[in-house]
Design a protein around this ligand. Sequence first.
Ligand code: 4AD
Ligand code: MG
Length: 455
Amino acid sequence: MAIETKKLYLDFQRFKDQEVEINGWVRNNRSQKEFGFIDLNDGTAFETVQVVYESTMENFKEISKFRVGSAITVKGKVVLTPEMKQPFEVKATQINLDGDSLDDYPIQPKRHTREFLRENAHLRMRTNLFNAVFRVRSVVSYAIHKFFQERGFVYLHAPIITASDAEGAGEMFQVTTLAGKKPEENYSNDFFGKKANLSVSGQLQAEAYALAYKNVYTFGPTFRAENSNTTRHASEFWMIEPEIAFADINDDMKLAEDMVKFIIRDLFETCESELNFFDQFVEKGLINKLKKVLDSKFAVVTHKEAINILIKNEKDFETKPVHGQDLATEHEKFLTKHFDGPVFVIDWPKEIKAFYMRLNDDQKTVAAMDLLVPGSGELIGGSQREERLDYLEKRISELGIDDKDLWWYKDLRKYGGCKHAGFGMGLERMIMYVTGIDNIRDVLPFPRTPKKCDF
Ligand code: 4AD
Ligand code: MG
């Protein structure tokens, strides 16, 4: 039975001089006359294992020609090497080829551009960088579940196909079986008998569940047909949306801050090698940045104060900061620099926010919060929800939203409605933040963006 190299790395002393079997892929093979070295990675650990083979082995000639990318099985003895970079190596007694690779294997041991690797998304996980990124993505996902489950939150699988536009922004992919047929204004012939789309958010359903379980969260794929080709937007991404009942905007911010810190703390415990790699090769100072987050309290500013800060600093912004208007990416960047870390922007002008956000007493702003972080900009968007039916109906009609599919959402205000709040975090934005990777396409296994749907 083959052993996972992660186990070897965690406990190499115990395996001293023992025979082990390892399966993996050749990252590099350097042969000389009398011996050779294979860098072997089996995917269970970030580190590769150095395998040493000698000319006394009967298939030495074959082994020395094993190509990069091949799948092999190695049997050999664990030899501790305290004087070298890696703590041990494996002195091979037998090496067999499980699956050959070709000379044109794209992932040769040299530097590749991220663009090139993106075109090879089916193989890029075999590089150090992407191997680390997608392990971190997995670990962070698990940490998020741990965070909420440990606090008794119920995990809700929100539907992926919906008839409502949860954000009221109209950026939806339509789901239809009438494709290619005459465009229909009347959807009664369509599969669901009405216009349906891929969900832009599970929030509305999460609100329903929060009003039965108190604390819930969703974690699933989310779809947006925004035609914005930026480094931070994808057409398909994963969102985590907790929803908490009997809670206000301050409880919401506390939850968000605790969650972000929990994830970072968990990463320090589970992905030390990966973080060190990112710190060295992707974002210098990443580890310090993240440590500082753990030790700090997140700043809070109102949208009005934020705009004032931007105006006062008189930097030449491409988009002029204006009261009542949204923040541009450059503004977000400036603010996170200004506060030297994560910052909540609260009390947004109601005109630029979604219909479900609770109107503040000033009648002008809503109890919304965006968490901005250095590098990824908006990491989290959330709010206290409008629990007053008359206010909600007024907002819906002011915004001209067709509410015929929102009847059940309004019901929630009639039957035991209470103050409640929630937020959404894009998983990819979080992965970008903790790895230093600056393009969302490089933290999604197989990214979907405008004009791109390969693999
Ligand atoms: O700010 P958003 O649009 O908020 C909502 O969807 C609310 N329903 C959340 C809630 O209160 N339950 O999106 C939330 C987060 C953003 O802060 C961002 O991290 C991420 O989702 N996000 C995207 N990530 C990648 N690509 C996109 N196109 C994204 N749009 C939003
Ligand atoms: Mg938002």
